[in-house]
Design a protein. Structure first.
Length: 444
């Protein structure tokens, strides 16, 4: 673990340099021109310091030279940490931190999530649910990160992290209760589908507006710090949400207050239809951490082991050091952004095949298990068939459940229901009594 972090941090330091702009007078002109000097000459230039410069929040030195911080032109971007390649081969067996049984159990959950995504996506297309967002291509992020956290840690998710919750014990049945909006839904059918949440599992309910969860995370982490709770917060967001002002505020809060929080960016290449090439300039999201005084790492988001190692390492440091860290997981959104989207309007099929299907995280783990003699193709086919059959029955069961009663519209906000809500409740009750044939029986 330490070796991969040392390599990545040294690589990050190479990407930035101090550029010294030195005013020089040429014989033929009195105009000032500037000469760029690389950071390797910094020690020589330090001799020209004019004394200590003290300001509120900063202590540095004065210099007769104009110095700027810039990115080395044509530099090699921050490397992507990888343990497991596309063929299921491991680069360094010393970095396998999960047991064989843990890997097998996680693989089965990854397959279950993939099958559930397909079933519920098709269910929306058939009009059985109103909306859905699949996670295809990002499964390793979900289960690798969740395995690296403690169940006591608080999770703030965006909307494409169902596997994080599933790893903690949230069942497919509970997912389908939420997506169908039935009486068993923990959110009482008040949220859009895939807006999961569980107080018991320390997973905050999803908020639809992008980025709102990001500043909430350091707030919770700061409370943990004050309590000496020995736990951290992990907040998930995409490359698109990283452009929201909330993201800047959150990272600034986290570093200045030294909050035990992990900022986990799922960089899947697209913010709905906007590609990353049009989303930001510079070297991705990870390099932004430098400006906040935060350590960061970039990992292969399609690699279960890389995600697990990074999250586990930084989780331990966040708790022991009371410090925030940024993890950028590089992945690819294989499917549509949601059932309201059509990726063919802005992507080519060969790109999806090359960057998505060829790097399938589920396939990687499957190949690894087969190579290790822990799984067979026959076992895989049987498991898929059995799981698909179970999921179909689970969805049908969820659909048969009634919807929440009308009384649930007026509860859980105020300790004592105010008079205006009581009037509204009476009005809708009288309306349904007047037109009983227009409403389900359980509303009456």
């Amino acid at each position: 673990m330490s070796r991969f972090l040392v390599n990545h941090l040294s690589a990050m330091s190479r990407l930035c340099r101090v550029t010294v702009l030195r005013p020089l007078l040429t014989p033929s002109t009195t105009q000032v021109r500037f000469q760029t000097t690389d950071i390797k000459h910094r020690d020589r230039l330090i001799q020209k310091e004019l004394g200590i410069a003290r300001y509120v929040g900063m202590k540095t030195v004065y210099s007769a030279d104009i110095e700027t911080c810039t990115v080395v032109p044509n530099h090699t971007p921050l490397p992507v940490y990888q343990v497991l390649d596309n063929e299921g081969c491991v680069h360094d067996t010393d970095q396998l931190s999960l047991s064989n049984q843990e890997v097998l159990d996680i693989y089965k959950q990854m397959v279950t999530l993939t099958l559930m995504d397909k079933l519920l996506y098709d269910a929306q297309r058939h009009g059985r649910i109103s909306f859905y967002m699949a996670c295809t291509g990002e499964e390793a992020i979900h289960f690798g990160s969740s395995a690296g956290l403690s169940h006591e840690d608080m999770v703030y998710a965006q909307y494409r992290e169902a596997g994080v919750l599933m790893y903690r014990g949230f069942s497919p049945e509970e997912c389908m209760n939420q997506c169908t909006g039935n009486v068993l839904d923990l959110g009482k059918a008040r949220q859009m589908p895939v807006h999961y949440g569980s107080r018991k599992l320390n997973y905050q309910h999803i908020s639809s507006p992008l980025g709102t969860q990001i500043p909430q995370a350091p707030g919770t982490a700061y409370a943990f710090k004050l309590q000496g709770a020995n736990k951290c917060v992990c907040v998930f967001f995409g490359d698109g949400s990283a452009s929201e002002g909330d993201c800047h505020a959150a990272m600034n809060f986290a570093t200045t207050l030294q909050c035990p929080v992990l900022f986990f960016c799922r960089n899947n290449g697209y913010a709905i239809s906007t590609p990353a090439t049009e989303q930001y300039a510079g070297d991705g999201i990870a390099m932004r951490a430098i400006g906040y005084g935060m350590e960061a790492v970039r990992v292969d988001g399609n690699d279960l082991f890389a995600v697990y190692n990074a999250v586990k390492h930084y989780r331990e440091r966040a708790v022991t050091e009371n410090a925030p860290f940024l993890i950028e997981a590089m992945t690819y959104r294989v499917g549509h952004h949601s059932t309201s989207d059509d990726w063919k309007a802005y992507r080519y099929e060969n790109e999806v095949h090359e960057l998505g299907l060829n790097s399938c995280p589920v396939k990687r783990v499957k190949l690894f298990l087969i190579k290790q003699g822990l799984w067979t193709s026959e076992e895989d086919e049987d498991f898929i068939q059995q799981t698909r059959s179970t999921l179909i029955q689970t969805l049908e069961k969820a659909e048969r459940q009634p919807k929440p009663g009308l009384d649930s519209l007026f509860t859980d906000v105020y300790d004592k229901i105010p008079s205006n809500l009581i009037d509204q409740r009476n009005e809708i009750t009288n309306h349904i009594r007047k037109y009983p044939n227009e409403y389900p029986k359980h509303y009456q």
